[in-house]
Design a protein around this ligand. Structure first.
Ligand SMILES: [Zn+2]
Length: 630
């Protein structure tokens, strides 16, 4: 217990206790599956980077065993206990997984000469440690191929821990990925990257102590490793369902599933093993349709349809399904039931949400009222540990209807600070509103207590009583949350109210990821930094010449907007920059000063002063922006 944590309230303790009798805790099949085929563990588990810093340590979750304490939702406790099981496991002879070494699983498929690696974790340190554990038990096999199921960082970031650019360039190690992998891997970090990273800190709970009063895990896995994120571009793109590839004697049949859990994604079937990798489209949680760090809304309709296709393609034959998170499911009957229930879960949420939208319900109402069928409610893998029915239903509303709920009273509301001031006036001042919030807290109505106390904090951020009560309220909401991410978010909010901002403690980008950005994405990255009002009166043009690929772009700043074109342009630009593709990322990250450009090897011709004028209107994002305070 950290010095600031408070004990559980009677209301949350009771709610947590009640879950023990309403959910099927006597069903322990998941524990059998999560430990099946264990070949060995890494003990102690701590993994360090070359500087000796710990980037991952699953041993910090050793507190997760036995019955849940009062400060934890017992369903989340159970899920976290399962996710904290680490080691090398045999899925079937020839297919092995290392689990509990990062946010994701790494899978090894043995070939004739060596071993294929599927989804090499987040960082090169954790991936290398996983490969070492595999080799300790299965021999010094060379890596003969790598697969990325989709472009989220936990499925490619550790690639340099299992192979090298030289091996790939020499054609000895193909890198297999779904089409459009690289542009999606890179683009997520460009447009809203700073904000997503800041909010990821809340979501993954990086700044939280781990323990019964702190972080328990994300529900998808425990947390994310903090080592070096790498990327080697794919050399073999998968473009069609039914496409079959054989690498090192291993036959693989692919199913494309773009626009599901990721914009580019494939599932892959190994016929010789009767083993299906469901990537991240069927896991032991209701997944996110809208991840709470912020993202574009995903498509539950497509997701469900693709799982129907998965069943049609492989359901008759598959004897095991494994994913890049959680543990496998064995036996054809259980495999098809698992995939069918996952399919029905996304279909049900989608269809029922639209049914109610068409009756005039809003997202917040649907999320409150819609219940899952009992069979899905009692299926452990369908529960909301990472996604939740609540925030997913709001996401479906958002996907189809947008932020406006149709009520004119909500079309033009005051922003939070102005709302706060008016609520305080309504409630008879800050102290009186805090008293009302405290009464709601005592009644166990933490949602209302949070709303009231948050109005006070936004109107009067220095009000110590309001901050303290809001922190205590968030903490109780965290103690009661079944969703690992909700718990992290609430406890992060409480932590920042008590101790101040923790900013963005984890890095999301890296040199490898930046170098995968297209020139257009890099220009976009500059354009979104232009401070509009400051640039209203600026007018300038800059040509960017990419010497190695013989391309030329005209960048134009006018009316506060930086736009670009690759078409031939009239007249000369004010200045011309000459760079190689490799050097170009420095434009977006290193600044536009003469020194910075020279250091990056970017040549300048023409009127260099326009670059200073452009630099003067750039206004980069703030990785420390406030969330729970104005
Ligand atoms: Zn993942």
């Amino acid at each position: 217990m950290s010095h600031t944590s408070r004990p559980v309230s009677p209301a949350v303790a009771r709610q947590n206790q009640d879950l023990l009798s309403s959910l099927p805790f006597s069903d322990t099949q998941d524990f059998k599956d999560a430990t099946r085929g264990l070949l060995g563990t890494r003990t102690p588990n701590a993994i360090t980077n070359p500087a000796g810093e710990v980037v991952w340590d699953n041993d910090t979750y050793a507190f997760l065993h036995g019955e849940a304490p009062e400060t934890a939702n017992p369903s989340l406790w159970r899920q976290s206990t399962l996710n904290a099981i680490q080691g090398l496991f045999e899925v079937v002879p020839g297919i092995y997984q290392v689990r509990g070494f990062d946010l994701s699983n790494i899978t090894f498929i043995e070939g004739e000469r060596g071993v294929l690696v599927l989804d090499p974790l987040v960082t090169e340190e954790t991936a290398a440690a996983a490969l070492a554990l595999y080799r300790e038990h299965r021999g010094e096999k060379p890596v003969t191929g790598v697969l990325y199921t989709h472009p989220h960082v936990d499925h490619f970031g550790g690639v340099r821990g299992v192979t090298t650019q030289e091996e790939v360039d020499a054609g000895r190690v193909p890198i297999i990925a779904p089409e459009q992998f690289t542009e999606h891997a890179a683009s997520e970090n460009v447009y809203a990257g700073t904000a997503m990273s800041r909010r990821s800190a809340y979501m993954f709970g990086a700044a939280l102590a781990r323990g019964p009063h702190g972080a328990l895990g994300t529900g998808l896995a425990q947390t994310v490793a903090t080592g070096n994120i790498t990327l080697i571009a794919p050399t073999l793109e998968i473009t069609a369902t039914g496409q079959s590839e054989t690498v090192d004697g291993v036959e693989m049949v692919f199913q494309m599933a773009p626009g599901t859990e990721a914009p580019a994604e494939f599932l892959v079937y190994f016929p010789a093993h009767k083993a299906l990798c469901s990537a991240e489209d069927a896991t032991h949680t209701l997944h996110n349709l809208l991840t709470l760090r912020g993202a574009l809304v995903r498509d539950p309709h497509a997701w469900s349809n693709y799982l129907t296709e998965t069943l049609d393609l492989f359901g008759a034959e598959a004897e095991v399904v494994f994913a890049s998170h959680h543990w496998p499911t064995w036996g054809n009957e259980r495999v098809t039931r698992f995939l069918s229930e996952q399919r029905d879960l996304y279909a049900y949420l989608h269809d029922q949400c639209l049914r109610l939208i068409n009756k005039g319900w809003t997202g917040i109402e649907i999320a409150e009222e819609l219940k899952l069928p009992p069979a899905l409610e009692n299926a452990w893998h369908a529960r909301g540990y990472y996604g939740s029915a609540s925030h997913n239903l709001k996401a479906i509303y958002q996907r189809y209807m947008g932020w406006y709920d149709g009520n004119p009273a909500h079309l033009w509301q005051h922003p939070p600070v102005e709302q706060g001031k008016r609520y305080l006036k309504l409630g008879g001042g800050a102290d009186a509103v805090v008293e009302q919030a405290r009464a709601a807290f005592e009644d166990g109505d933490f949602r209302w207590a949070a709303e009231l106390a948050s109005h006070v904090v936004f109107a009067q951020p220095e009000h110590a009583g309001a901050r303290e009560l809001l922190a205590d309220t968030f903490e109780q909401l965290g103690y009661g949350a079944e969703n690992g991410v909700w718990r992290n978010i609430y406890l992060s909010g409480a932590t920042e109210l008590r101790e101040g901002t923790f900013g963005t403690p984890t890095v999301s980008g890296s040199a490898d990821v930046l170098s995968a950005l297209t020139p257009e994405m890099l220009f976009d990255a500059v354009a979104i930094q232009v401070n509009g009002p400051k640039a209203w009166e600026e007018k300038l043009t800059v040509d960017v010449v990419l010497s190695d690929v013989d391309r030329r772009f005209r960048l134009r700043l006018a009316n506060g907007a930086l736009t670009y074109s690759a078409a031939p342009q009239q007249g000369d630009a004010d200045a011309t920059l000459t760079a190689t593709s490799r050097a170009l990322p420095a434009l977006a990250t290193g600044g536009l000063s003469a020194d910075a450009l020279a250091k990056a090897g970017i040549g300048v011709a023409g009127d260099a002063a326009v670059l200073a004028r452009l630099a003067a209107v750039l206004d980069p994002g703030d990785p420390d922006f406030a969330i729970v305070t104005p």
